[in-house]
Write a protein that binds this ligand. Structure first.
Ligand code: 4NP
Length: 169
């Protein structure tokens, strides 16, 4: 038997949903980084990742062209298509991770029960290098440097999240 198959069968699956406002910048970037880290770690069969927006303004759209361009400079391709968060996401996902304080407030308000709020966490809580940051800042109305900064924070947070997932698996 291939060693990978044994590990996969023995490990439980964890599902992670990244949330931001529009689901065209921060959360699809987080999802894309996480997919790469999971593949590199051989854990892509154990963790399912997706992203969604709190608002449906960009439902059906590709990620913001600026976010895709900055991602491409670091070798990432964002293929996600924007979708709003759905009620069933609360049941379907084990971890629901918001990008900023506004996201966290909205998620806490929308959670169907107190038990569901236990699935929530804030992306910057997984940071090490950027542990002083309380939020992944919204880059939408800002300049190019904002998109680079989003990727810097998200790569740091995804590294911390990988460590957390290894503990949970
Ligand atoms: P995101 O960024 O929440 O990181 O996807 C935004 C995208 C769109 C808008 C705001 C933030 N908007 O107002 O359309």
């Amino acid at each position: 038997m291939e060693p990978g198959l044994f590990v996969d069968n023995d490990m439980r699956k964890i599902s992670v949903l990244f949330i931001c406002l529009g689901n065209i910048c921060r959360s699809p970037m987080a999802e894309t980084i996480m997919r790469r880290y999971l593949v590199e770690a051989g854990l892509d069969g154990c963790v399912e990742v997706d992203s969604a927006g709190l608002e449906s303004y960009h439902n059906g759209d590709r990620a913001d062209s600026r976010m895709r361009a900055h991602a491409a400079r670091r070798g990432y391709e964002i293929t996600h298509i924007s979708r709003p968060m759905r009620g069933c996401d609360w049941e379907q996902f084990d971890m629901i991770i918001g990008m900023d304080t506004q996201n966290m407030r909205a998620l806490e308000q929308r959670a169907p029960s107190v038990a569901h709020t236990k699935k929530l966490s804030r992306m910057t809580n997984y940071c090490d290098r950027f542990m002083f940051e309380e939020a992944v800042p919204d880059p939408y109305y800002g300049g190019e440097e904002g998109f680079e900064y989003v990727i810097d924070i998200l790569e740091d947070a995804c590294t911390g999240l990988m460590a957390e997932l290894r503990r949970k698996l």
